[in-house]
Design a protein around this ligand. Structure first.
Ligand SMILES: [Fe+2]
Length: 430
């Protein structure tokens, strides 16, 4: 079956499951709200809608919605049936406020995953403590139920979404999921804890649920500011990488181009979005270690003397040290460190060979070399793309990972089968 058909079947299946589970919940525990419940339930619906409609970017391309705080509070205050109603109406209101570009099926799927998360959390808590409702008498059993409920809520929802992402993009599910959750988990955990605190306050006085809007807004503001600082830090580091390129008129914009080639190559290789982000970010700053080199060496037109070459070859180590100090680049530090390793083990700084070289470093090595060859240098003019591609083909299996070199050639329309007969050789890059 084709991937879009499988994805549609998966989404429809989850929607159907959510409807069946909801019918079951309402048949065993309808939980009809009293007149006093209407106001806090209405507030929770509005808070859910606001949180979903205006998600926060906690890391590049990773967004979370603070609506889960209100949904979790609804579960703890009013039970599963009411929390399902809050989820559905909150999500419908969110899509009304901010329609976005999602298809109707995608919207229904998003609502269904949250509904199933709520029902799983409620079911788990009922099994442990007899009910998801939070009372003032909290013992160890209730705390365990709370933690398990929060875990089930996040796990159910995020895993169902991760499977859909896997079916849509054809990405390795577990790795994609773990990388995404590493960024999201601390924030999601804090939001659910906030929901539990709101429920504790609201359990005594439903009006007090209004108070949850204040910490929710503060958390949202704080997350937004943190994301903004992270974004600015990334931009500052990327600008430093541009400064390195600008020190030599022949390498201006080199890092930007390498990052562009790298992104296209990652897509060609079918890497996950999270993995691609790490590699592209590393590509953008791969030569930042040249900041520690003297301008005389970086922009020297003649071939370097041995001592200068030794100095120049320190730039991956210096670069890895620099980027490892920044959380958004830390995952790519090993890639920066090894971007001059060679598939046959004759590269630097550690002489790694084959798959011992990080995948991202093997990807960048091809793109870095291609850009170096197709750019003017003081000692030679830029090679035409066709000649540079022929060089890449010749060095596949010696300098480059053959699978990655082949993907790069395929991406640029170079005939990859059969590859030219390979002679031992290498291409110099900066
Ligand atoms: Fe380099």
């Amino acid at each position: 079956m084709k991937r879009p058909v499988v994805l549609t079947t998966w989404c429809l299946g989850i929607c159907g499951l959510a409807v069946l589970a909801t019918l079951y919940v309402f048949s065993v525990a309808p939980g009809v709200p009293t007149a006093d419940d209407m106001l806090p339930l209405g507030l929770l619906i509005v808070l859910t809608a606001g949180g979903v409609a205006f998600p926060i970017e906690v890391a590049p391309k990773i967004k979370i919605g603070v609506g889960s705080t209100a949904i979790f509070a609804a579960l703890l205050l009013f039970g599963v049936a009411a929390a399902v109603v809050v989820t559905v109406l909150g999500m419908v209101l969110a899509y009304t406020i901010r329609p976005g570009h999602n298809s109707t099926l995608a919207r229904l799927f998003n609502i269904a995953t949250l509904v199933l998360g709520v029902i799983a959390a409620g079911g788990g808590m009922t099994l442990i403590s007899g009910s998801p409702l939070l009372t003032s008498a909290i013992g160890v059993r209730e705390i365990v139920a709370l933690v398990v409920g929060a875990g089930l809520f996040v796990l159910t929802n995020s895993l169902l979404v991760a499977v859909a992402a896997d079916l849509k993009l054809g990405q390795p599910l577990l790795r994609h999921y773990l990388l995404d959750q590493r960024e999201k988990a601390p924030h999601t955990g804090s939001l659910l804890l906030l929901g539990a605190l709101a429920a504790l306050v609201g359990a005594g006085q439903p009006w007090a649920i209004l108070l949850v809007a204040i910490p929710m807004a503060m958390v949202a503001l704080s997350l937004r500011q943190t994301a903004q600082i992270r974004r600015q830090t990334c931009q500052a580091l990327e600008q430093l990488a541009d400064v390195v390129d600008l020190r030599d008129p022949y390498t201006a914009d080199h890092s930007r181009r390498v990052a562009k080639y790298t992104e296209a190559l990652c897509h060609e290789l079918g890497l996950s979005r999270a993995e691609t982000d790490i590699i592209v970010r590393a590509a953008r700053v791969h030569d930042i270690g040249k900041l520690g080199m003297s301008s005389a060496i970086v922009s020297e037109a003649r071939p370097l003397f041995l001592a200068e070459l030794t100095e120049m070859r320190r730039h991956p180590v210096i670069g890895a040290n620099i980027v490892s100090r920044f959380s958004d680049f830390r995952a790519g530090a090993a890639i920066v460190l090894h971007h001059h390793e060679r598939w046959d083990g004759t590269g630097y700084p550690d002489g790694l060979s084959g798959e011992k070289i990080p995948l991202g470093a093997r990807v960048i090595a091809v793109c870095d070399t291609f850009d170096a060859m197709t750019s003017d240098r003081p000692y030679r003019s830029a090679l035409p793309a066709s000649a540079a591609l022929a060089e890449i083909a010749c060095c596949a299996g010696s300098q480059f990972d053959p699978r990655i070199a082949e993907a790069f050639l395929r991406l640029h329309g170079y005939p990859v089968a059969p590859l030219p007969v390979r002679q031992p050789r290498s291409v110099q890059v900066g």
